[in-house]
Design a protein around this ligand. Structure first.
Ligand code: HEM
Ligand SMILES: *[C@@H]1O[C@H](CO)[C@@H](O)[C@H](O)[C@H]1NC(C)=O
Ligand SMILES: *[C@@H]1O[C@H](CO)[C@@H](O)[C@H](O)[C@H]1NC(C)=O
Length: 510
């Protein structure tokens, strides 16, 4: 299993057809479900979290397939804010509520990498390569990730990301219609490859497409069985091994070519090579962070554009903000330059610190459409969460829905409203994590989202439509049971684009 604790990998559970395979393989699930009410609660003292009267296969299926419903059912069945269940031989404690959340995020013994190892499995796992990255290498990868996002690197990346964005967006053809849940992730995959690997791969559209397919295959060959019985050579496990080998070959080939050429280029691969890191660190960095970065930025970009398309008032505010940036930086005055060049003339600092509207939009998108469940393992001694005992070695999970969809904290929680007042109490907003585990790719992720939003807003006007070309009513709602993308039903919404003539950016009104 892949030990880097990366959110999107945590999110990368099984897609529909893997579940179908499983349902054929495990018809007993339904029967076991019928036995729920017959099972007896474990007898323990009152600091032991109440056990869900379920075990064996009956927990695996719903935990992976419709996690939101499963956890909600667990809280309901036990009547507690903390309960536990077994995933095969593992005890998993599910935490919710204000003090549970505070203890979860501040508890020192809880480890993301260990939690992740057993409870996920969508990652390139090539024995001896990505599976053996021990703590020291992970720490080094995190350090390099910080270097890959320093102001100097990001300043040089900025025009490159815009260049990719412009090229991909133009390839969509317009006026036209796109599916935000497939086109946006493809775009973000491209810009992530650009940001975290090397030009040789990023410049080769066919290779990028192949890489993306391989990562998709890794997701789809992740079944509950492959996660929990990683040693079992099921067809899905073999397919996964094969796909990860191919990803490895691509990355490894690029590293070797660079080292042998002796030619230095301005990209992240060069930075890694120049540090003289060992091969495992470089491969681990690229293989792991590519998918980490692309999955979560892709999902966020899909929902950000969907929400903007469905809320024209926010689209207009965001567009006005980017136009104001252009004129402040007098970037818009270079009449002959392309949109890409104009946007690239806006300094990094302005993108990061002077875009309050885009900041609010990203923040609200993450609250509403990041169906994450944080996973940890207690690698320390026995500890307590909200008075409940967490034995050493137990797994602990915290679903973000507990805080982000709480209607006391966020009234009418399914409504997209970037103007919600900021929650100030600790952990009342955890869109980028909390406590000792926060997103280490945040700076790059935000920059990519802003650049892409700006490019779309200035190049096009776009609206959200359904299959009949009408505004969807109600607007699509993120499906939190889909722990990877929380996509609405396929075909329920599209973005319809119309060009705003390039270069001549209107100064007033949309
Ligand atoms: C919109 C995009 C992104 C969002 C919403 C996001 C969100 C998060 C969250 C919530 C966590 C904490 C997970 C937990 O507590 O279980 C996390 C961790 C992490 N993220 Fe991100 N992330 C994004 C993009 C990225 C990118 C682009 C990278 C890499 C370039 C990245 C690298 C990481 C890493 C390395 C960690 C683990 C930190 C640790 O082990 O302590 N993320 N992210
Ligand atoms: C929502 O949050 C409030 C304030 O923290 C808390 O009192 C309440 O129990 C939470 N509601 C649910 C359903 O968790
Ligand atoms: C979870 O999926 C069920 C259908 O299985 C759906 O009715 C429910 O609304 C979903 N929950 C969320 C929060 O998306």
């Amino acid at each position: 299993m892949y030990p880097l604790g990366l959110l999107p990998l945590l999110q990368a559970w099984i897609p529909d057809y893997a579940a179908v395979k499983l349902s054929i393989a495990l018809p007993g699930i339904i029967l076991l479900a019928l036995l729920w009410s017959l099972a007896e609660n474990q007898e323990e003292d009152d600091t032991t979290p109440t056990a869900l009267p379920l075990s064996g296969l009956s927990t695996i299926w719903p935990f992976f397939k419709s996690r939101f419903d499963f956890l909600a059912r667990g809280f309901q069945l036990t009547g507690r804010s903390i309960f536990q269940f077994n995933l095969l031989q593992n005890t998993v404690v599910v935490v919710s509520g204000e003090s549970g959340r505070n203890d979860f995020f501040s508890c020192r013994g809880l480890d993301i990498n260990e939690g992740f190892k057993v409870l996920s499995g969508a990652i390139p796992m090539l024995p001896g390569i990505t599976s053996d990255l021990q703590a020291r290498r992970i720490a080094l990868i995190h350090k390099r990730l910080a270097a890959a996002q320093n102001s100097d690197r990001l300043t040089r990346l900025l025009p490159q990301i815009l260049g990719d964005a412009e090229r991909v967006i133009c390839s969509w053809g317009y006026p036209g219609t796109i599916d935000p849940f497939s086109h946006m992730p493809a775009l973000l995959f491209q810009t992530t490859v650009r940001s975290l690997s090397c030009h040789e791969i990023a410049d080769d559209a066919a290779l990028v497409a192949r890489l993306r397919k391989l990562y998709d295959r890794l997701d789809s060959s992740t079944t509950p069985a492959s996660v929990l019985l990683p040693w079992f050579p099921s067809p899905s496990m073999l397919s996964k091994l094969y796909a990860s080998k191919q990803v490895y070959d691509i990355v490894n080939g690029a590293i070797n070519a660079r080292v042998q050429s002796g030619v230095s280029r301005d990209d992240t691969l060069q930075m890694l090579v120049d540090h003289g890191d060992d091969k495992l660190v470089i491969v681990g960095f690229i293989m792991g962070l590519l998918v980490a970065g692309a999955r979560s930025t892709g999902t966020t970009a899909s929902w950000m554009t969907t929400c903007l398309g469905g809320h024209p008032e926010w689209k207009h505010k965001a567009r006005a903000e980017v136009r104001a940036l252009l004129s402040d930086c007098s970037a818009g005055n270079v009449a002959s330059s392309s949109l890409k060049e104009q946007l690239a003339a806006i300094p990094l600092e302005a993108w990061e610190d002077h875009t309050p509207v885009l900041d609010k939009i990203i923040r609200e998108t993450l609250r509403l459409a990041q169906p994450h469940t944080a996973m940890r393992r207690n690698v320390g001694p026995e500890t307590y969460i909200n008075g409940m005992r967490i034995p050493s070695g137990a797994y602990v999970v915290y679903p973000f829905s507990d805080v982000h969809l709480n209607s006391t904290l966020y009234p009418d929680p399914w409504r997209f409203d970037p103007d919600r007042s900021d929650r100030v109490a600790p952990y009342e907003y955890v869109g980028w994590g909390g406590g000792k585990t926060v997103c280490l790719g945040q700076r790059l992720a935000k920059l990519q989202l802003k650049l892409i939003a700006a490019m779309l807003l200035l190049k096009f006007d776009f609206i959200l439509v359904d299959v009949n070309g009408r505004t969807p009513n109600p607007l699509p709602r993120p499906n939190w049971n889909d722990t990877l993308t929380c996509k609405p039903p396929i075909g329920s919404c599209y973005l319809q684009f119309q060009s705003i003539s390039e270069g001549k950016i209107e100064k007033d009104g949309p």
